[in-house]
Ligand binder design. Structure first.
Ligand code: FMN
Length: 306
């Protein structure tokens, strides 16, 4: 059977296919590596890292919701130094691209982490301006055009790696925010992070999550995420990585048709740890059966009605 080209180039980095594990749902790949051939994935975006280790929020910090989940993990992570010493050597064994999800309380945090990561073999930085579960920094930059502009510019000034900006959906116009990221020099954007939500225990009349609110993810948010990728694709020229509730190839294709050059798979990894690899297999099959030689033909191929 004929060969199909699934590779995508995002900001000079060539991924063997457009399927990437989403930050916070795949750890540093170790646990999944026991079950899945990590070489088959296009890439992994590692758990959000901060300058210093963080324990995250108090439990309960996960709650199930219809077609999704709420989480308020609060960026529990070993810190960037431990990532560099312990996790990069592990990930380097595999033929997949490593994206580092960088979170900070201040512009200096983002800059300092970028400087440390400059000297490593990681492929790309994903600047997390969208974590809703920490009190300072992060999403407080991501909800304002100026905040996004300032962090992006500062990181781009020092980064030796391509920089993509991870956007929050908790804004009035995600397209305007994406435009500001591009304006400040971003090499790409990824979207969406979780949508802020709340679940209440009616017996105790208390929120189920200790943090009161959390980020909603999973299939429940997919139509919103697809709509946002569509809007952002019309507003910018840099590549988009789309995510939000992908459970199968067809879901992934929605994002690609809306304008995403690649997709990230998050919450559904918890339902099916083989999902990323399965979507790659299904994509190759789909392309062969539909005479699509190159995945790029599908990016932004949406035919609007009317
Ligand atoms: C438990 C959990 C932890 C997450 N941690 C991070 C994180 O550290 N950094 C980040 O940018 N996004 C994080 N996310 C957001 C996901 O990467 C993704 O943007 C979001 O969940 C939407 O995709 P999905 O519906 O496929 O999960 C997390 C999501 C979940 C469910």
């Amino acid at each position: 059977m004929k060969h199909v080209n699934t590779s995508v180039n995002i900001a000079g980095v060539t991924f063997s296919n457009p399927v990437i594990a989403a930050s916070g749902t795949y750890g540093f790949g170790r646990e999944y590596g026991n079950y899945v051939d990590l070489n088959k994935l296009g890439g992994i975006s590692v758990k959000g890292l901060t300058l210093l280790p963080r324990e995250g929020n108090m439990p309960p910090r996960i709650a199930e919701t219809p077609s999704g989940m709420l989480n308020s993990v609060g960026l529990e992570n070993p810190g960037v130094e431990r990532f560099i010493s312990d996790e990069i050597p592990f990930l380097s064994q595999y033929d997949l691209k490593t994206i580092v999800n960088v979170a900070g309380n201040s512009i200096e945090d983002y800059v300092n982490m970028t400087l440390k990561l400059n000297e490593t073999s990681v492929d790309m930085l994903e600047i997390n301006l969208s974590c809703p579960n920490v009190k300072h920094g992060c999403v407080s930059f991501g909800v304002s055009e100026q905040g996004v502009y300032e962090v992006t510019k500062a990181v781009k000034e020092v980064s030796k790696k391509p920089v993509i900006i991870k956007l929050t959906p908790n804004v009035t116009s995600i397209a305007s925010i994406a435009y500001k990221a591009q304006d400040a020099g971003a090499d790409g954007v990824s979207l969406i992070n979780t949508i802020t939500g709340m679940k209440i225990n009616v017996k105790t009349r208390r929120p189920v999550l200790y943090n009161n609110t959390g980020g909603l993810s999973g299939p429940a948010i997919r139509p919103i995420a697809v709509r946002m990728v569509h809007e952002v694709y019309q507003a910018i020229d840099i590549p988009i990585i789309g995510m939000g509730g992908i459970t199968c190839l067809s879901d992934a294709l929605e994002f690609i048709i809306a304008g995403a050059s690649a997709v990230m798979i998050g919450t559904y990894n918890f339902m099916n740890p083989y999902l990323c690899e399965q979507i790659v297999i299904d994509l190759i099959d789909y392309m062969k059966h539909n005479n699509i030689d190159n995945i790029k033909e599908m990016v932004g191929s949406l035919r609007l009605n009317g």
